[in-house]
Design a protein around this ligand. Structure first.
Ligand SMILES: [Mg+2]
Length: 224
């Protein structure tokens, strides 16, 4: 059985989930103009490989105070912002008996509603977690996660292949330089760079396949 791993932010979803969480939190700080743009700038530096992943998340976490509710409310909003055609990609994968995983450097509670919306079991999602106080105040990141590292996707995919005894062809679909890095490190057999939401030049240059539509993804998968 072939296994497919998807990135979430700017791949399955049109948005960057953490940026949406912070944009929501910033609505409570309307006087702080320019901060949404600052957040996007940090994200792009991270996804282009100019800033390492942990630095990029830490820099965004200090923009303003965050609460667990910002993550859960964003999760409900993001399930309505899935990339056009991806519902069909997931339907195609299920009808062809593919094993599906979502591996994201984003945060669980902001992604889980989309996973359920796509009809996937929550145990198919691997993402980072926030640490919260009893009142929901976000204290930081669960730093014990394999994903809380700069090559986290490589580690999680290798861990999953071992844990779930994954055999047969493996493929990763993603937009970011960290996705391309997991392929380059040998974690998967195939890689599709996805530029339907954002084109990262480094990924476009290095990916064996680079596509912008869901139809192109399916036509590549049909040949695997
Ligand atoms: Mg991404």
């Amino acid at each position: 059985m072939p296994t497919i791993f998807f990135d979430f932010d700017s791949t399955v979803c049109t948005k960057e989930s953490l940026d949406e969480v912070i944009a929501l939190a910033l609505k409570e700080y309307p006087e702080q103009t320019g901060l949404v743009e600052r957040v996007e700038q940090i994200t792009n530096q991270g996804m282009n490989g100019e800033l390492d992943f942990i630095e990029s998340v830490k820099a965004r976490f200090v923009i303003c105070p965050l609460n667990q509710s910002h993550f859960t409310l964003t999760g409900e909003h993001l399930k309505h912002n899935l990339t056009p055609g991806f519902t069909e990609v997931f339907a195609w994968l299920k009808s062809n008996d593919w094993d599906i995983y979502i591996v994201s450097g984003g945060f669980l509670s902001s992604i889980l509603p989309s996973i359920k919306w796509l009809g996937l079991n929550p145990d198919r999602l691997f993402a980072n977690r926030v640490r919260c106080a009893d009142n929901g105040e976000v204290l930081g990141v669960d730093e014990s996660s394999l994903l809380w590292t700069n090559n986290g996707k490589t580690k999680v995919i290798n861990y999953l292949k071992d844990l779930r005894k994954i055999k047969g062809p493996t493929i990763l679909v993603g937009d970011g330089s960290n996705d391309l890095a997991a392929f380059a490190a040998g974690a998967v057999d195939h890689f599709i760079g996805f530029g339907g939401n954002v084109v990262r030049e480094k990924v476009k240059a290095g990916a064996p396949h680079f596509v912008k539509t869901s139809e192109e993804i399916i036509s590549i998968l049909e040949k695997i």
